[in-house]
Design a protein around this ligand. Structure first.
Ligand SMILES: O=C(O)CCC(=O)C(=O)O
Ligand SMILES: [Fe+2]
Length: 348
């Protein structure tokens, strides 16, 4: 299959030809006239103890109400006591760093092919007038195993493949507990969301690298978007800030809390929860001196599954807000390409 002709951000920098115009945001009058690297306040989100979410004790109930409050206001939580050791998370982080530090030719062995999202590359170029994100990434489907495309899985650094396999298994436990906890926190039967997620659900892991950028006032690492997943597990860089969430039209930065996983609601949980849990708009700003690494895993309901508001969350007082959707991620890319919020397509 044909490999696309593109330069990754790392190659753009290595070419030493200055910053291409295609990365520059021009002020368009709606809030973007402000510099992108202005200082913003930190968001006030709780660290949720995952081990307590499965307990029926008083502490467990308290943790569920903390979860409810955070997901209905921010749509984001930090999760601690998630059962994955700090050493293992560090290993994932280090392997990601090592991968992006490899010579271009080595990384290109797993380069994305035209029309395919999996593999190594830059921001997906969907149209000629798209402002590009200052990001290089490696995108891999990790689950179910028969959907893995191993030709894109790096053999170097040593241990990458095995560790990603192990990380996938460890994340599945977190995902299952989190789905059950969300349902219980809304007064639903605990398998209510898991059943919609289905047996044929997919996990996609995206390794993100944001090189230092000469114009953080004009260039974004990731443009504002909400995730099309049910929810997303994120390992943000341990030292370098950059991720910001929008609330009531203002940007807030995500705190750096060691050894936690950040979980944000995606559009499909917003739909399943009839809008009670919010799929937050977020972006990544760039940094002049430091590179930033993050690892995001998108939990995507099975393509055979109909996603709709849970019956228990629809009433006369709270009418149903969303249609039934299927294969939402396909619809997501169509809308995203037109610069629209895909969830609009699901609104009744
Ligand atoms: O790099 C990050 O912290 C977030 C990336 C992100 O929003 C995404 O991959 O959807
Ligand atoms: Fe995202």
């Amino acid at each position: 299959m044909e490999k696309p002709k593109f330069k990754t951000v790392q190659e753009v920098i290595a070419a030493g030809e200055g910053l291409p115009e295609r990365y520059l945001h021009t002020p368009n009058g709606d809030g973007e006239s402000q510099p992108l690297n202005g200082s913003v306040p930190e968001m006030d989100i709780p660290a949720i103890d995952l081990s307590l979410l499965i307990s029926s004790s008083e502490d467990g109930r308290e943790e569920l109400s903390k979860l409810h409050l955070a997901l209905s206001t921010w749509g984001v939580v930090q999760v601690m006591n998630h059962g994955i050791t700090e050493a293992f998370l560090d290993k994932i982080y280090e392997l990601t760093k090592q991968f992006f530090a490899l010579p271009t030719e080595e990384k290109q062995r797993g380069a994305r092919e035209i029309g395919s999202i999996q593999g190594y590359g830059n921001d997906m170029i969907l149209s000629d007038d798209q402002v590009l994100d200052w990001i290089d990434r490696l995108y891999l489907t990790t689950y179910p195993e028969d959907q893995r495309k191993l030709q894109f899985w790096p053999e170097i650094p040593f241990g990458f493949r095995e560790s990603l396999h192990e990380y996938t298994i460890k994340q599945q436990q977190v995902i299952e507990i989190f789905f059950k906890a969300m349902a219980r926190s809304l007064g639903l039967e605990e398998n209510c969301f898991l059943d919609m997620y289905g047996e044929n659900a997919t996990m996609d892991t995206r390794f993100n690298m944001y090189p230092p950028c000469p114009r953080p006032d004009k260039v974004l690492g990731v443009k504002p978007h909400a995730d099309g997943s049910a929810f997303t597990l994120l390992l943000p860089d341990k030292d370098v800030e950059g991720l910001q969430f929008l609330k009531d039209d203002k940007w807030y930065k995500a705190p750096l809390v060691p050894n936690t996983i950040l979980i944000n609601v995606g559009d499909q949980i917003e739909i399943m929860s009839n809008g009670i849990y919010k799929s937050p708009v977020h972006r990544v700003v760039t940094n002049r001196e430091k590179e930033r690494i993050s690892v995001a895993t998108f939990c995507i309901p099975g393509a055979d599954k109909e996603i709709q508001p849970a019956d228990g969350l629809v009433s006369e007082a709270r009418p149903r807000l969303y249609k039934t959707v299927k294969k939402y991620v396909e619809l997501y890319f169509d809308y995203y390409q037109q610069g629209r919020r895909p969830i609009e397509a699901a609104l009744i």
